[in-house]
Design a protein around this ligand. Structure first.
Ligand SMILES: *Cc1c(COP(=O)(O)O)cnc(C)c1O
Length: 609
């Protein structure tokens, strides 16, 4: 059975049962039944499904892992966590997240005024708020206000100027004053494609020298008692733990040194985010080399060792994991619209009475191919096709001959794949590498998985049904934008096989998994495809319930959002209809009504069935 690497990336959240991909929770519904349910309600096009139980699962896992590690080592400091809002701000994600975090005092991290305002209004009572990123005086004042509203807020200073601004505001403000954190620039460098977040040349943080000046300033202005936290963040998707361990040692020693410099209320080390997600579908090509439990144990152990050797209190630990918490909760399901080799059927052949010898030979190969000669014939046919193309370029054969050679070669490949389908996949892969089937999928890569476009970050992809049938077509996925970058080629390390289907008569859906982190807010409206329709799926013991249905924006709303004067747009269309010499007067209203229906509908394509 093909498992699409589900044992590698799914963490037991999904499983294959017979032909269906199912959700491994409570009543264990299949993705297909959820999708059909929504499509029957009229939600066509791509669908983003959110699973709140998977948000809770990740939150529980993180807290329980650290609690276990602390207990084992009898660690004295507390463990805390905040969710970095930039990773996913959608209310339908955030509300279940805050619900899941209540019992743990799970807080929020904000990096902009807008995010800070979300945190101030939605954060769980008594849970921490941490403010990172560049801040102006307004944003700092907002932090002071949050303190007055009773929030446990820490403003992390990224540079000396920010600290000076805080001091200035503090002079004018009455109590309470927010806690102050200092972001440290580590000489241990960052990791992964986001490496610029850490290291000596990183955009953020104070060098050792600036750190000493900051402490002097805090003392001079009687704010040293407000200094409670040091912070660093060495990068997202830290797929290797070694750089983190190095950073921990550096940060632990900075902590101990600052304690000796009489930073008497400093009690917390904030390690930022970076806990990685395994996106690989290939067990032999893993992206990450450590587990959550290794992460928590290493952190607790390193901090304890340093604290003991320097005779300082074991610090509270706070992490800002975003990707690890949110990635798994969202799945994009998109229908297949078309396959692009379906035109290569036998009746597309236009054989002449007399064909060029190579075309005749191709035809013979096609007729005589069998299980034993399949591989050999296949290679011959590809060679023949190439030679025929050269003959065409030189003017020796015509367009009909060229078409016949294309059709015959594709037919041969299809037949060979069928004959060889019991053989192993590497073999099939080798054969098919030259000819991948193009699957047109009803989604926009730029909107729904922008990190694939921008950073070559792959996401697990698999069909959600027919899983008891061997899929034999090596697939290239085309999205519906007219951009040639809107394509996911099957790569050698991660071949994607899909089923041979006829979209005109049957439904077929593919799922894109682990899309809950970063993708939604980074997604762009290329070709004016906006966010897909979304649903929250609550799974109980007897079935499932759909909540928070959010329809994809209508074309009218999209245009309005781009500041088009929609009244003017409608007036223009109406007058174009009125002025058309092809439209009779009595048909005008009906035609306008049709255009109007399109304007108020979503922009994604629709499958017939
Ligand atoms: C982006 C960011 C995070 C989240 O990182 P993940 O890799 O998603 O866990 C945490 N802290 C800071 C300061 C960040 O900029």
């Amino acid at each position: 059975m093909q498992k699409y690497g589900i044992d590698v990336w799914a963490n037991g959240d999904f499983f294959i049962d017979n032909d269906q991909l199912k959700i491994n929770y409570n009543s264990k519904p299949s993705l297909k039944e959820i999708v059909l349910n929504l499509r029957n309600e009229g939600f066509k096009g791509p669908l983003l499904l959110r699973f709140p139980h998977l948000i809770k699962k990740q939150v529980d896992m993180v807290f329980q892992s650290f609690q276990k590690a602390s207990k084992e080592l009898n660690y004295k400091g507390a463990f805390k966590a905040v969710f970095p809002l930039k990773v996913n701000h959608q209310p339908n994600f955030l509300k279940p997240l805050l619900e899941a975090g209540k019992g743990y005092n799970y807080g929020l991290e904000a990096g902009s005024k807008a995010e800070l305002l979300i945190a101030i209004s939605y954060n769980n009572k008594n849970a921490p708020i941490i403010v990172n990123g560049f801040k102006d005086k307004e944003m700092l004042s907002l932090g002071f206000l949050a303190t007055k509203l009773g929030h446990d807020i820490t403003i992390v200073i990224e540079g000396i100027t920010e600290l000076k601004n805080i001091i200035e505001i503090a002079k004018k403000e009455t109590h309470p004053i927010p806690n102050i954190g200092l972001r440290i620039k580590l000489h241990s460098s960052g990791v992964g494609i986001w490496a610029k977040s850490g290291g000596i040349n990183s955009k953020f943080g104070l060098t050792s020298t600036e750190l000493l000046s900051a402490i002097e300033l805090l003392k001079k202005y009687n704010l040293i008692d407000k200094f409670t936290m040091i912070h660093f963040h060495i990068g997202s998707q830290m797929n290797n733990i070694a750089p983190l361990k190095k950073a921990l040692k550096e940060a632990g020693n900075i902590y101990a040194n600052l304690k000796k410099l009489k930073a008497f209320n400093l009690n917390t080390i904030n390690l930022g985010g970076g806990l990685p997600v395994e996106y690989s579908q290939n067990p032999k090509k893993l992206q990450t080399n450590y587990s959550l439990n290794e992460y928590s144990s290493d952190i607790i152990f390193t901090m304890q060792t340093i604290a003991r050797s320097k005779c300082v209190n074991e610090p509270d630990i706070i992490i800002e994991s975003g990707r690890f918490i949110s990635a798994s909760h969202a799945v994009l399901i998109a229908p297949i619209l078309e396959l692009f080799s379906s035109e290569y059927s036998e009746n597309a052949l236009r054989l002449k009475d007399k064909n060029p010898p190579l075309v005749e030979e191709l035809y013979e190969l096609y007729k005589q191919i069998n299980k034993n000669n399949a591989l050999e014939y296949l290679h011959d046919s590809i060679d023949h096709m190439k030679s025929l193309f050269t003959l065409f370029d030189l003017g020796y054969i015509d367009l009909i001959d060229k078409s016949n050679s294309e059709v015959l070669t594709h037919l041969l490949i299809k037949k060979a794949i069928f004959l060889l389908k019991d053989k192993n996949y590497t073999e099939l892969l080798r054969i098919q590498d030259q000819i991948q089937e193009k699957y047109l999928v009803n989604f926009s890569l730029f909107q729904s998985i922008p990190d694939f476009w921008g950073l070559s970050q792959n996401f697990p992809i698999m069909p959600i049904e027919r899983l008891n049938h061997v899929a034999t077509r090596l697939a290239t996925i085309w999205d519906i934008t007219c951009d040639s970058d809107g394509e996911i080629e099957s790569d050698k390390n991660n071949p994607l096989f899909l089923h041979d289907i006829n979209p005109e008569v049957e439904d077929y859906f593919v799922g894109f998994f682990l899309v809950g982190a970063y993708q939604e807010v980074l997604g762009m409206k290329h070709n004016l495809f906006t966010h897909p329709s979304e649903a929250t799926v609550v799974i109980n013991d007897s079935g499932f319930r759909i909540k928070n249905m959010l329809k994809s924006e209508s074309i009218m709303d999209i245009l309005d959002g781009l500041n088009y004067d929609t009244k003017e747009l409608i007036t223009n269309i109406k007058s174009n209809i009125a002025n058309s010499k092809y439209i009779d007067q009595q048909d005008r209203a009906k035609i306008f009504e049709q255009v109007s229906t399109y304007l108020h509908d979503i922009g994604y394509l629709k499958t017939v069935s």
